[in-house]
Write a protein that binds this ligand. Structure first.
Ligand code: BES
Ligand code: ZN
Ligand code: ZN
Length: 504
């Protein structure tokens, strides 16, 4: 797939596509008069009637496709544009149409961004495990952008970086556990750090983890032949960037640390999962994949912010050395933890990730984890619940999500349930009350470094779908990658704004 931004239509197109991004669409100049009448009646139908069947319309022979980007129930108009673009691209590839032009001179920047994301996401496929691979048909989308063409070019470049990151996350998640062990994951992270300018990487193996007291990883990982690792990737965009050529002292000392749960597979351990819910556990490393992908994009986009990513990698397996229910270990921050249920392993590795975030000087921590089945039951596959101790950060996450067409819902860190985590022998146990997602968040809060803004994103429902959802046919959704990039963008803009204020 290729996206070319042009001022005016080149005349090479086999098909023209019109997105109804505005109520008053100017289509009469590109289609025949007879078709105009037809379109008008269809438009009227759209206003009056159900939208479902009017997504993609073909009128005027095969030469014009009309894409209805009107609002659908529960879907924002930007997301609807994404979905419409996705379907358009799928159709163009299936029909083997070489050049499609899209008339977008009327579109706003964020509308074009949504369309570009939608087109790109249609290109994703995961067929490495098929005996025969098939290339997607190469469609060129010619975006007719008029005066907006230079703005749209910059946006398109950004979208390409973001989509590369989304693809990386999806590929990691969709790869079976046998081919993506913690060690394989480390190799992937090393490759990314090597080829992305501005990233540095530190890897701790199980020996090092044990030596330094990161016992969450050691405890969870010891049942497997494939040992755990913790990876810290760092990026400092405040050093090299000088906006508009101005060398400026940065006033903000913000350091955003992204922590990801990276369970390459979660059998549940000795508290074994039932067979039905196990295959999906290849996605239990989505948090780590998401933060790795996000930091790759953040560095590529050269965002002027200090960002790190901590990947908590392990396999929760059954072996003769597996952690036993009732075992007690001492976490990095000195608190003792009784392992009540070996299937509540994510919070144990994350206790180390949160400690590492503190050690490297986080001012803001955002952790992502496929943490609880309770969250799946509460909010389903379309919304991720999150918990935060900091209102501005929480608002920033909701807004970054909305701009990325990813839904986040703020959940309560309700202290009343905290007593449920108390243990008779140890300071804490790893399971709590009935409120499973809240208990897990309260457990994590015990390990958040003092005076640090923190948010925990439970992406158990949104990470992986077993039936088609929006622009994912099956498997990893890439959910969260774009929100994290947008969050970093907003945090760096805030830094830049406060600097400008200081300069005045
Ligand atoms: N990885 C699972 C959570 C999960 C469930 C992710 C469904 C994606 C889809 C996690 O490690 C887990 O097993 N959590 C337990 C915790 C319980 C034992 C306290 C759960 O939610 O059942
Ligand atoms: Zn588990
Ligand atoms: Zn898990």
């Amino acid at each position: 797939m290729k996206i070319n931004i042009v001022k005016a239509a080149s005349g090479k197109a086999n098909v023209s596509a019109l997105f109804f991004v505005k109520q008053s669409v100017q289509f009469s100049n590109i289609i025949s008069e007879a078709a105009t009448v037809q379109v008008e009646s269809v438009l009227k139908g759209m206003v009056d009637g159900p939208f479902e069947d009017l997504e993609l319309l073909e009128i005027d022979g095969t030469s014009t496709i009309f894409v209805n980007a009107a609002k659908e129930r529960g879907i924002s108009s930007l997301d609807h544009l994404r979905m419409a673009a996705y379907r358009l691209a799928k159709k163009a590839m299936a029909r083997q149409i070489p050049v499609v032009n899209i008339m977008l001179a009327d579109a706003a920047d964020e509308q074009f961004k949504a369309i570009a994301h939608g087109l790109n996401s249609a290109n994703y496929k995961f067929d490495a495990y098929k005996s025969k691979q098939k290339d997607n048909f190469q469609v060129t989308f010619e975006i007719v952008a008029g005066d907006k063409s230079s703005d749209f070019k910059a946006i398109e470049e950004e979208v390409a970086v973001e989509q590369t990151a989304v693809t990386l996350a999806k590929n990691l998640v969709n790869t079976p556990a046998a081919d993506l062990t913690p060690e394989d994951f480390v190799e992937n992270a090393k490759t990314i750090a090597k080829y992305t300018p501005g990233l540095s990487i530190k890897v701790r193996d199980v020996k090092q983890l044990e030596k330094e007291g990161f016992m969450g990883h050691v405890t969870v990982g010891k049942g497997s032949e494939r040992p755990p690792y913790m990876v810290t990737i760092s990026y400092d965009g405040t050093k090299s960037s000088s906006r508009a050529g101005k060398k400026s002292e940065r006033t903000s000392a913000d350091h955003l640390v992204l922590v990801g749960k990276g369970l390459c597979f979660d059998t549940g351990g000795l508290c074994l999962k039932p067979p039905k819910s196990m295959p999906e556990m290849i996605s239990d490393m989505t948090g780590a994949a998401t933060v790795l992908a996000a930091i790759q994009a953040i560095a590529t986009l050269k965002l002027p912010l200090k960002v790190s990513a901590v990947l908590c990698l392990a396999e929760n397996a059954i072996g003769n050395k597996s952690v036993l229910p009732g075992d007690i270990f001492t976490a990095k921050n000195g608190k003792t933890v009784m392992v009540d249920n070996t299937d509540a392993e994510g919070r144990l590795v994350l206790s180390d990730g949160l400690a590492e975030a503190g050690l490297i000087g986080a001012t803001h921590i955002v952790d992502l984890a496929t943490l609880t089945g309770a969250m799946v039951r509460a909010l389903g596959y379309a919304i991720a619940g999150f918990f935060s101790n900091d209102d501005p950060l929480a608002l920033n996450i909701i807004n970054s999500g909305e701009a990325s067409c990813e839904k986040f819902w703020s959940m309560p860190l309700e202290e009343e349930y905290a007593d449920g985590l108390k243990d008779k022998f140890a300071d804490l146990k790893n399971t709590g009350s009935d409120a499973g997602a809240i208990s897990a968040a309260l457990f994590l809060q015990e390990f958040v470094p003092a005076d640090t803004a923190w948010a925990h994103l439970d992406i158990a429902g949104t990470a992986f779908v077993t039936k088609k959802w929006k622009y994912t046919e099956y498997g990893a959704t890439g959910f969260g990658v774009q929100t994290l990039i947008e969050l970093a963008r907003r945090m760096s803009n805030a830094t830049a704004a406060s600097e400008e204020y200081k300069e005045i």
